[in-house]
Design a protein around this ligand. Structure first.
Ligand SMILES: Cc1ncc(COP(=O)(O)O)c(C=O)c1O
Length: 411
């Protein structure tokens, strides 16, 4: 399996929308064929439409707040020794995470499609919060599906969605987390697609949703490549881009513009949720050699039992607590362009503590998984090596979990 150069990764599929002949596709019910075809046609046209691109860039700048900062973590670098550690502080984007890029683009598309309603899924609550924000901004009515377990553990984002006027639909089936929220959201869309646009909150689902999401978050690496060249005068000889991976949208956005660099120069490291140290449960299909399964209309590595049923996952981080992953990451893994590993709940919490103690940023539990890997590898590297971590979410949404686990929450 090989990644082609000079072709956007999202377009490297065959006529059945499969990447590397194994991942992705459109495994959808007949009723969704037309709405998916319509959306595919519309997006194919819009991504080449100069007026639409101008509009997107305008809102990325004036509404999302792009570009987000790129900073050196000097205290962390000094403390660990070894590689220089930097962060792309995507949590400074409006709303506090990368999900705002996808939500903004989806609302712009919904308006072009003449839809008045948007519906979306959420786990950590950021995808829902951002969709409700963008819907409010662009005058659309918004409904968010969220697992009951996540509603309890991500209250600050739930409150934000309510303030933005969104209707939250609690999902009480299955594990009551993101996987069930996506399923219920898709089920709802099947019967309401005439009036309603659906936003999938990550690079998962039928192909068009993977494409729109990765195309939207690619803004992160468009900014980063400029910022890295400004800082170093060129792309450093050895640079590692570390990103947590749930569905995989922030990692895709963080890596996109660097895809054609040799992996010896620009290495991609994806960090999945290893779950609690003392339990076997995890949400890390790429790290743990899970088999390919079909979930939410797409073929990808999935945490599953011997009968192919989705298996329970567990992670301290609601945003990473998903049994599958983007077909794009499966493709990058099998093509050996990216390396995937995991961090446990405990390692993520320790990384959160260390980073927020030493630096003026406060990563949420998702990017804390990526910081845990940075903390592991930095001391073994040379001072000319550069590590950049995507700090893609703010810890405020996790304040209750952190307080419960550590006894206090200090930002
Ligand atoms: C802050 C943050 N980071 C990461 C993720 C994981 O999602 P993805 O892998 O799509 O970026 C989430 C998901 O909710 C999130 O809220």
């Amino acid at each position: 399996m090989k990644i082609k150069k000079n072709i956007p990764l999202i377009d490297q599929h065959d006529k059945n929308y499969m990447y590397g002949e194994k991942f992705g596709g459109n495994f959808i019910p007949e009723t969704l064929k037309k709405p998916i075809d319509d959306l595919t046609k519309l997006f194919t046209r819009l991504r080449k439409d100069k007026k639409f691109l101008k509009e997107r860039d305008h809102y990325f700048k004036t509404y999302v707040g792009a570009p987000t900062p790129f900073i050196k973590l000097e205290n962390l670098t000094d403390q660990l020794g070894g590689a220089q550690i930097y962060a792309k502080v995507v949590s400074e984007a409006n709303g506090g995470a990368h999900k705002i890029y996808n939500a903004t683009v989806h609302c712009l598309i919904a308006k072009r499609a003449g839809k008045k309603f948007v519906v979306g899924d959420t786990g950590a609550g950021y995808a829902g919060k951002m969709l409700s924000m963008a819907a409010k901004k662009f005058g659309l009515k918004c409904k968010i599906f969220m697992g009951s377990k996540d509603i309890k553990r991500q209250q600050p984002n739930v409150e934000a969605m309510k303030r933005n006027g969104a209707k939250i639909v609690p999902v009480t089936t299955g594990s009551q987390t993101l996987v069930d929220a996506v399923s219920e959201c898709m089920r709802y869309w099947v019967s309401n697609c005439d009036t309603t646009h659906m936003c999938v909150g990550s690079t998962v689902g039928p192909n068009i949703f993977i494409k729109i999401c990765a195309w939207s978050t690619a803004q992160i690496s468009r900014e980063l490549i400029v910022q890295v060249k400004e800082e170093f005068g060129r792309i450093p000889k050895k640079m590692k881009l570390l990103n947590c991976v749930g569905g995989g949208s922030s990692a895709m956005g963080f890596w996109n513009e660097f895809m054609d660099y040799d992996k010896k120069q620009v290495e991609f490291i994806g960090i999945e949720a290893g779950g609690p140290k003392k339990k076997k449960l995890h949400a890390a299909p790429l790290t743990n050699g899970s088999k390919i399964g079909i979930l939410h209309g797409s073929a990808a590595y999935c945490v599953q039992n011997s009968e192919g049923q989705i298996k329970e996952t567990e992670s301290i981080s609601a945003g990473l607590d998903y049994p599958s992953v983007s077909a794009l990451h499966c493709f990058l893994k099998d093509a050996k362009r990216a390396r995937y590993t995991s961090a446990t709940d405990e390692e993520a919490l320790e990384a959160f503590q260390l980073v927020s103690k030493l630096e003026n940023i406060s990563p949420s539990l998702e990017p804390s998984h990526a910081f845990a890997e940075a903390i592991k590898i930095a001391p073994k590297l040379k001072s000319s090596d550069v590590i950049i971590v995507n700090s893609c979410g703010d810890s405020l949404k996790d304040k209750d979990i952190i307080k419960q686990k550590l006894g206090e929450y200090i930002r």
